[in-house]
Ligand binder design. Structure first.
Ligand code: UD1
Length: 434
């Protein structure tokens, strides 16, 4: 479980002094889940793809390393603006050391096999195919004529004569699966029909970018997408949408601090369902002009029942952060996780801070307590780490969060953003015994 940083015997932590008076403004960064597939489009053309509003995140750095390994030259023009250009293909392989760090590395599979007729991508670490898998990506590529084999922990996809359009019915809604096959279909011969697609704004953003590159796509944002393949795509310039998960995380933070934090560059339209749930709890998100919101809350918040579900419903990626909020709302709330198994690892950490949460099956029962109290906790995954940071900020005393590299994967400059609104937070490295 313990992630080692640089040296084998160190672990990085964040220490937060809770209950400080937070107020001010936070600006929402570009969306990680939009940035990653959008970066992979550079594999579909020889011309430059220019991306703006690219967040400075560990996952983005991992994708940069992966694309560079394949042969994409990447130049930073200024903060958040990068040019991606595939010069020479060095390797059609996504090595284990990168895929293991980030499952979304699988996003290079579709573009590589579509454009070059071959791709070798390590199976995401710890995931047996068929359980937490990429089986739906592979089945779709097979349907498009690719030959898939699994050799020595690698997926090998071959389509020497190119991919062919097909009708694909995703058995389950998959975000990166939809994106991967969309990127494959734009260069396939003929028409591809994708049914039961993910409707997330990040899928729509990818389709928009691909269309600017010359792709024919219809129906993005609905469950049925139709793609007419083209022979080649051109370069373009595109701005990544704001991160709705970061926005939702900071909306919760603002509510926890009496609405004293205003949020800029806030993607209001992507958060309808989240706003409905906040309203049920007694929290209003009020637009203040262009892309800015302010949060207003009732003094006495109310418990609520939440179920995670694919967009446009409540995102699994905000479940943990809402659990922190509900842990101090008087009464009994429930959160049911329908997308991922085993996504309640933050429960025992919140309980260490004095929360009263029990899990039964896929539902967490949250009995509100008066306050949380600082303790030492683990960041168990990306969104769980955000939940721990929120908890540390409202808890009495000091909270030390270990394994914060998870946080760096998905929250741009989080310490700086929090310090700017008055948080007392510091990062350190601790030696651990073997
Ligand atoms: C994406 C997001 C992640 C978010 C998740 C769900 C990115 C980079 N990551 O992850 O932040 O939490 O959507 O909204 O965009 N499944 C299969 N077979 C497959 C693929 C998926 O069974 O081939 C299952 C998964 O195990 C899971 C469900 O489908 O239970 C949804 O997963 P999926 O939408 O694919 O998640 P990701 O795209 O990996």
């Amino acid at each position: 479980m313990v992630k080692l940083v640089e040296e084998i015997n160190t672990v990085e932590y964040l220490e937060i002094e809770g209950q400080k008076d937070l107020k001010g403004e936070i600006e929402i960064s570009g969306a990680k889940n939009s940035a990653l597939p959008n970066m992979a489009t550079a594999l579909l053309t020889d011309e430059p793809v220019i991306l703006n509003n690219l967040p400075d995140l560990l996952d983005v750095k991992t994708m940069i390393k992966l694309l560079e390994h394949i042969g994409v030259s990447i130049n930073k023009i200024n903060e958040g603006k990068y040019i991606f250009k595939l010069d020479n293909v060095n390797s059609l392989e996504a090595p284990y050391e990168l895929v293991n760090r980030m499952r979304a590395s699988i996003l290079v599979l579709g573009p590589m096999v579509a454009r070059f007729g071959y791709a070798k991508v390590a199976l995401p670490g710890g995931c047996a195919i068929g359980t937490r898998p990429v089986d739906l990506h592979l089945k779709a590529l097979e349907k498009m004529g690719a030959e898939i084999s699994l050799e020595h922990g690698y997926i090998i996809a071959r389509a020497p004569k190119g991919l062919k359009g097909a009708e694909i019915n995703f058995e389950k809604i998959t975000v990166t699966g939809t994106e991967n096959i969309l990127m494959a279909a734009v260069l396939a011969e003929g028409t591809t029909i994708l049914n039961n697609c993910a409707m997330e704004p990040e899928v729509v953003d990818l389709a928009k970018l691909l269309k600017k590159m010359g792709a024919y796509i219809e129906g993005e944002g609905s469950s049925r997408i139709v793609v007419r393949g083209v022979k080649r795509l051109k370069g373009t310039n595109h701005t990544i949408i704001p991160d709705r998960i970061e926005a939702g995380t900071f909306a919760v933070l603002s509510a926890l601090f009496d609405g004293n934090i205003r949020l800029k560059n806030y993607p209001y339209k992507y958060l309808d369902f989240v706003h409905q749930k906040l309203k049920e709890i007694g929290i209003d998100v009020i637009p203040l002009g262009k892309d800015e919101v302010v949060i207003r809350r009732d003094k006495q918040l109310k418990p609520v029942d939440i179920e995670t579900k694919e967009y446009p419903y409540f995102p699994t990626d905000l479940q943990a952060q809402f659990m922190t909020l509900l842990s101090i709302v008087d009464g009994l709330s429930t959160i049911t996780e329908n997308i991922f198994e085993n996504r309640f690892m933050h429960v025992q950490e919140l309980d260490r801070l004095g929360a009263n949460i029990k899990v039964k099956g896929k539902t967490a029962f949250i009995k509100g307590v008066k306050k949380l109290k600082g303790a030492e906790v683990q960041a168990t995954d990306l969104r769980a780490s955000a939940a721990m940071v929120l908890a540390g900020l409202i808890a009495e005393g000091k909270t030390k969060i270990y394994n914060v590299y998870h946080l760096d994967r998905g929250y741009e400059r989080i310490e700086e953003k929090l310090k700017n609104i008055g948080a007392v937070i510091k990062r350190g490295v601790e030696f651990i015994e073997d």
